[in-house]
Design a protein around this ligand. Structure first.
Ligand code: TGC
Ligand code: FAD
Length: 392
């Protein structure tokens, strides 16, 4: 990839809304991405390989459990710092942000919120340091948008549970040390179970041939009569609300992350538009290119404001799930549109791996689908404002 010359757009001086800790955390993540992610990520994406050498760096910048208390190895930061870290990482690559999102919000969060003290002590410090990598199994071959219909189930065998079923499209699965898996008991109630690699009957085949999130490893989780020790059940919450509660936290991080991808596309297109000359002028001097760039910075600024306000609400414990859905939906679509427009500003160079735009665009095609599709989030807003459920 060409040298990383990224300069973050801040059209409305939003840095003035951030405190010293936010700026410190954000700048550390920004520098780390420039130093450790940008130089290698295109090669890994081209080879469809996860760059596991970055795991220790992710832990160092606080990307594994930013808001998990320090007593469990987390960084003990607020929600805006968490969002800023996700923004900076996704500025580098959505797949790297996926790894951090899953680890923090889909693995550490349920253990922290629904686990007992022994489970927290056993897993959280190792997840925070990157010694353990986790994954989250909710989606199944027959149940994506409708996870409540899941077929994976476990039976109480007296001294252990017996787990059967399958999950698919699971980020980090091929190399994860542990998996938080959602399954129904004999009464049909959903519970979370922690599986460890090496349990007999538990396998994690990799999903190949993805044109998106190529630097993130995706796989299946297969449970063939897996004996799960009883102490591995997360005891403090059950029902579909348990996995959906984790999704709130992850979707919040994605809303910030998408801004990072959009900022990178905009910044690349702006710089290119000043350097590339056609018809004797920089292409940025033509109205059609200015329209694209002006609309990009407008949309980025609106998304930054939306997300900052959502962060304040989350810090105050007041953000609703529907507000989070709105931000995830808006910001990912915004980023995808900007990636498409930015690609055009670069002409043929826009499809080259020398620039990050096409990689962001392809990645965002997953981001707009996972953690609830664009349609599902619209229906969540629709239900919230009308009181009418249009899902079923
Ligand atoms: P519904 O009847 O509405 O709700 C069932 C129970 O859940 C509660 N609830 C929530 N709780 C916390 N947070 C939320 N966001 C919640 N949404 C609902 C609800 O109150 C109820 O509780 P209770 O106590 O009354 O039982 O459920 P439904 O079956 O109608 O489905 C609703 C729907 C469609 C919105 C939901 O299922 C949904 O969000 N579907 C999308 C599925 C999804 O997002 N999957 C993501 C899988 S993980 C992933 O993609 C990771 S990618 C990560 C990466 O790589 O970065
Ligand atoms: P479907 O649910 O089959 O939807 C297909 C289409 O129908 C969509 O356009 C959808 O919007 C539409 N649709 C569905 N229901 C309705 C409705 N009621 N009204 C209107 N339209 C509807 N899952 C995990 O559990 N863990 C992970 O780590 C994880 N990582 C992922 C990584 C990647 C790269 C990808 C691509 C996916 C990942 N997922 C993960 C799965 C993801 O959450 C699901 O793909 C997503 O929830 C959608 O489910 P689906 O693909 O089965 O689509």
């Amino acid at each position: 990839m060409a040298q990383d010359l990224f300069q973050a757009p801040d059209y409305y001086n939003l840095d003035e809304l951030l405190n010293e800790e936010h700026l410190l955390v954000r700048n550390a993540a920004r520098d780390w991405v420039k130093r450790e992610v940008s130089p290698i990520i295109e090669d890994f994406a081209q080879r469809a390989e996860f760059p596991d050498s970055i795991i220790s760096g992710l832990a160092e910048i606080g990307a594994f459990g930013p808001y998990i208390p320090e007593e469990y190895g987390g960084a003990g930061l607020d929600q805006i710092s968490y969002g800023l870290i996700m923004q900076e990482i996704e500025r580098g690559d959505s797949g790297v942000r996926s790894t951090a999102s899953v680890q923090s919000s889909l693995v550490m969060y349920p253990i922290w919120k629904y686990g007992n003290e022994e489970q927290k002590q056993k897993y959280l410090p190792k997840l925070a340091s990157g010694e353990f990598i986790g994954c989250f199994g909710l989606t199944e071959p027959n149940h994506g948008s409708n996870p409540g219909g899941m077929e994976t189930k476990y039976k109480d065998m007296g001294d252990h549970y017996l787990l059967n079923g399958a999950k698919m499209w699971i980020s980090n699965a091929p190399f994860a040390d542990i998996a938080v898996v959602w399954a129904k008991n004999e009464e049909g109630r959903i519970h979370g179970l922690v599986l460890e690699r090496g349990m007999e009957g538990f396998s994690t085949p990799e999903t190949h041939n993805k044109w998106s999130l190529r630097a993130s490893a995706t796989g299946e989780l297969i449970f063939d009569n897996v004996k799960v020790p009883k102490e591995n059940l997360l005891p403090n919450k059950s029902g579909l609300g348990a996995p959906l509660g984790c999704l709130d936290s992850a979707r919040f991080g994605i809303a910030w992350g998408a801004i990072g991808a959009a900022m990178d596309c905009y910044d690349t297109a702006l710089r290119y538009s000043k350097e590339r000359k056609q018809f004797g002028k920089p292409i940025g001097a033509f109205q059609l290119q200015q329209k694209k760039l002006a609309e990009m910075i407008t949309e980025i600024t609106k998304a930054q404001l939306l997300t900052w306000r959502l962060g304040v609400l989350r810090n105050e414990g007041k953000a609703t799930s529907a507000q989070i859905s709105m931000a995830k939906r808006n910001n990912v679509a915004m980023a995808l549109n900007i990636a498409r427009e930015a690609r055009q500003v670069l002409g043929a160079m826009g499809i080259s791996g020398e620039y990050s735009i096409m990689r962001h665009m392809m990645n965002l095609e997953s981001v707009i689908t996972y953690e609830g599709t664009h349609d599902i989030h619209l229906l969540i807003t629709g239900l919230d404002i009308t009181g009418e459920n249009a899902f079923k």
